[in-house]
Structures are given as C-alpha cells and as structure tokens.
Design a binder for this molecule. Structure first.
Ligand SMILES: Nc1nc2c(ncn2[C@@H]2O[C@H](COP(=O)(O)OP(=O)(O)O)[C@@H](O)[C@H]2O)c(=O)[nH]1
Ligand SMILES: [Mg+2]
Length: 307
C-alpha cells in the first residue's frame, strides 16, 4: 500500500511538470476568498447593542463644560454627508429620517442639525451634540482657508458661500470660545469613489487636514456606501468587517488621506429603506460614538492644558 501511494504521488508530479513545460500560461494563483474567516473589528449586531449605543450617546457628558459637542462634516458633493446626518438621526427619531436631505439648501455653507431624542420618552430632549453639514468641498476648492476658519470659529447658519469672494469677516464670531469651534472634523468619502478621487480634492483635503491638526482638533473619516462598493456587504451589511475588499479600501484610504486606520469608519447610510434596520443603526451609532469620544478627548486635553 505504501509503495502504491508513492507511485501515485510521482505520477502527479510528472503530469504537473509536463503542464509546466508545454503550457505557456503559468497556473493562475488561487483567488483569495473575498470573505475573511474572522471579522477584524468585533461588532454585536443586535437590537440590544443598538440600544446600548443609544444610551451611551444620550448620557455622554461633554468635557470642558461645553454646552454641546460640535461635529463638522465635510467631503465631496454626493459623498453621503446629509444622508449620514439622517442615518444617525433615525434611531433617535424612531423611524427613517429625511430631515437633512429635505431641508437641503444647495448654497449654504453650513447648516446645523440638532438630533433630538424622541425615543426616550422620559427624558425627551436634545442629545449632547450638534452636527454641522457643510457645502461639498468641491465648491470651495479655491479657498481652503475659509474651511479652516469655519472649523475654528462659528459661521452663521445659512451663510451663502461665494467662491469668488472670500468669506466675509462678518460671518465669523470675532472672539470664538471653545463653544464656537468644531470639536471633531469628519471627512465623508464614498467607498465607490475613493479610487477616482481627483488629485486637487486630495490636495485640498490634506491642506485642510494639516491646518486643522495644528490646533489639535481630531479628524475622522467615514467611508460611506460600503454596500455599493462591495457585493458581499451589499447583500449582508453584517459582513462589513469580513469583506477583504472593504479592509483593503480602508487601508488605501488611510494611505491616501494620511489618517490612521482606526480613525476610518465604514458606514452604510439609509438610502431608500423605509424601515429602520438594526445593522445600519449599530454601524452608524458605533461611528457616531467614536466621533463623540474623539471630540471629548480633545476637550479633555484642553482641560489638562488649563491647569
Ligand atoms: N447605497 C448607498 N447610497 C448612499 C449612501 N449614502 C448616501 N447615498 C446616496 O448617495 C446620494 C448622495 O447622498 P447625499 O447624502 O445627498 O450626499 P451629500 O451631497 O454629501 O450630502 C443620495 O442619493 C443617497 O441616497 C450609502 O451609504 N449607501
Ligand atoms: Mg448634502
């Protein structure tokens, strides 16, 4: 029996060798499985987890005695900025929100959204943060300084951006306090657009990034539309951390934008769904909580600098 096995082994080797000699094409490398064996970020995809995240967000106390944590969202037109605001609004509203899209004003530079808690009937009210939706970055290519100014100090809601004339000083709070500045800057990048992001947009993002980093404001990237970019995730959002492609995209985004991998968060926004979905909510609330924690970390640093 033993010698028989050896014979078979030799026959196989010979046939392989022959193929190598007479076939001009090398044998193709086996394709890696698009689905990883293990998720690389642990996530619990349940209703309880969603409720736990909501509770943590509700009870978060802004540091440095600021009234509300201020999040500023930026990114290219159609990247999913407004949709993200609606997506994090939805679980607290109790149904899919279309507020940020419905009220969209094509020309305003920033527009603030307060997310109200309608689900928690006992303590109905505002949540400890406010989100500023800004005009698509494509429109301000000529003057990144305006963007940086907007991050550093409050600009009145409804300011109409003029790409030719720089932002007028009237719109700035002359003596901004920490209550007026952004506490976290969020870049929204669509997963299916990353590879075609134009150089001038990347350059602009980097410019804004380096100026904002100078004064310590944390920056997070939301990688939206993961459902469109990867069929595996399109079929089942819970596979987002098992998609080899999405993991590669996140690594690529990290290199392109110069932001560490752990600050790049995949999301799938509500985009046509009629009902709330626990997986969408868990992923979006996880990203929101991380944004709020980064912002609070920044505020805590300010505390320590004071003493
Ligand atoms: N499939 C999918 N579509 C999305 C997602 N986020 C946004 N969209 C769609 O992309 C388009 C642009 O989104 P919008 O939020 O208006 O982008 P904004 O210009 O950055 O505010 C809309 O048609 C959205 O429905 C997402 O995560 N998945
Ligand atoms: Mg928008």
């Amino acid at each position: 029996v033993w010698s028989h096995e050896v014979t078979i082994y030799q026959v196989r080797r010979t046939s392989k060798l022959k193929m190598g000699l007479f076939n001009s094409k090398p044998e193709p490398e086996p394709k890696p499985n698009p689905e990883l064996d293990r998720a690389w970020r642990e996530t619990i995809w349940s209703k309880q987890e969603k409720e736990r995240l909501m509770k943590e967000i509700r009870t978060l106390t802004p540091r440095h005695e600021v009234k509300q944590i201020r999040i500023m969202i930026t990114g290219q037109i159609k990247a999913g900025k407004s949709s993200y605001i609606n997506t994090v609004d939805s679980p607290f509203l109790g149904h899919v929100s279309r507020r940020a899209l419905a009220g969209e004003d094509e020309h305003s530079f920033t527009k603030s959204y307060r997310v109200e808690d309608h689900v928690n009937q006992e303590e109905k009210g505002n949540l400890p943060f406010v989100i500023y939706d800004t005009l698509g970055i494509d429109a301000i290519v000529t003057s990144p300084d305006d963007y940086v100014s907007a991050v550093k100090s409050y600009i009145n809601d409804g300011y109409v951006f003029n790409p030719i004339r720089p932002l007028s000083a009237d719109y700035f709070n002359k003596k901004p306090t920490v209550n007026d500045t952004a506490h976290c800057l969020v870049y929204v990048v669509a997963a299916d657009q990353l590879s075609i992001m134009e150089d001038h947009i990347l350059k602009l993002l980097k410019e804004i990034r380096s100026k904002v980093s100078d004064f310590g404001i944390p920056q997070v990237v939301l990688l939206t539309k993961v459902d469109k970019a990867c069929p595996l995730v399109g079929n089942d959002l819970q596979k987002v951390y098992r998609s080899r492609y999405i993991r590669e995209l996140i690594e690529r985004a990290s290199q392109k934008l110069g932001i560490p991998v752990n600050c790049i968060l995949p999301v799938k926004n509500y985009s046509g769904e009629i009902n709330l979905n626990d997986a969408i909510d868990v992923l979006a609330l996880t990203s929101l909580l991380q944004i709020l924690r980064s912002a609070n970390g920044y505020l805590q640093n300010l505390d320590q600098k004071q003493y």
